[in-house]
Design a protein around this ligand. Structure first.
Ligand code: NAP
Length: 282
């Protein structure tokens, strides 16, 4: 009963997005997302296929550029420059992992901030930090969407984020701060992790460690959002020990079926926002 159903939330978001893209199409705008991905990891292909299906469902055209494993940073930069300059493309997603030897930070500046629908460009990150409008990493946007739909009170709440990556931990911490929560960020060097987590009214976990968070780390009644996706023998597992924590938590996202599907829709929503802004600008 206290399980936050990410698939249902995503379905609802898909409905609103489909209505928005229908209106845009009537005015001659077809929202278009370009995905740039490397086939280095098998999980990427299934993720990209899922994204393409989601895009189709909401009326966003989605085309994927598959990079050969031998692509270097300069060639990838050129691909991103071209997509950034292409007037029919509204959003560009650079899917990680990148081909061997390329750090996202080395190429992210090639994403136009106007099309950076996963908030990877340092300018997007800076805008988030100073509180200016801009695109944010889709997973962080999804976590905030889930909290909003869960009715989680954030003003003055104790929020603890486990993980400080550029794609999840840090941006969601900034968004929680913007929502007037009191935010603590934990990482691999944090002392007494469970004790710090127990302070949380809202606990967001994005560490990439299956079972990291057990019931001893959760205050009874806390809202727990688990962004972790860890491949285990039996499928996908989160960072939270769901079976043990669910009875303690006030509400909790499952894995799979929690943050993941909402992330896809958050990314598509930012793409539709980018397309709609194009209309406003003329
Ligand atoms: P990441 O870049 O590897 O960052 C992991 C963070 O967790 C780091 O800040 C790390 O600390 C911290 N950490 C690791 N082990 C820890 C421990 N034992 N105790 C406390 N903190 C610990 O990973 P990421 O890209 O943020 O992804 C995190 C998880 O979210 C992964 O499972 C990933 O698959 C998942 N994810 C899901 C989505 C989605 O849409 N659902 C999207 C993106 C990522 P240090 O900084 O000290 O190393």
């Amino acid at each position: 009963l206290n399980v936050l159903d990410g698939r249902a939330m995503a379905a609802d978001m898909a409905g609103s997005l489909a209505a928005r893209t229908a209106t845009l199409r009537e005015s001659g705008i077809v929202p278009r997302l370009a995905v740039v991905a490397s086939g280095a990891e098998p999980a990427v292909e299934s993720y990209v296929r899922m994204l393409e299906r989601g895009a189709k469902r909401v009326g966003v055209n989605c085309a994927t550029v598959w990079l050969p494993a031998t692509t270097d940073a300069r060639a990838l930069g050129r691909v991103l420059d071209e997509l950034s300059a292409d007037p029919v493309v509204h959003g560009v997603l650079l899917q990680t992992p990148l081909p061997a030897g390329i750090a996202p930070a080395a190429v992210a500046a090639h994403l136009s901030p106007d099309k950076d629908v996963d908030g990877l460009n340092p300018l997007s990150a800076g805008r988030l930090q100073v509180g200016q409008p801009g695109f944010v990493p889709a997973t962080a946007a999804a976590i905030m969407e889930i909290l909003r739909r869960a009715g989680a009170p954030l003003t003055g709440a104790e929020a603890v984020v486990v993980g400080r990556s550029l794609v999840v931990g840090r941006p969601v911490a900034h968004l929680l701060l913007q929502a007037d929560a009191t935010v603590t960020i934990c990482h691999s060097r944090t002392r007494s992790l469970a004790e710090v987590c127990r302070r949380a009214d809202v606990l967001v976990v994005a560490a990439g460690r299956a079972g990291l968070i057990g019931p001893d780390a959760v205050r009874p009644g806390a809202i727990v959002v688990d962004a972790g996706t860890n491949a285990t023998g039996g499928g996908l597992a989160g960072d939270v020990d769901f079976e043990a924590v669910a009875p303690v938590a006030g509400a909790i996202t499952p894995v799979p079926g929690g943050v993941g599907p909402v992330t896809t829709m958050a990314l598509l929503r930012q793409t539709v926002d980018a397309a709609a802004r194009g209309v406003a600008v003329g």
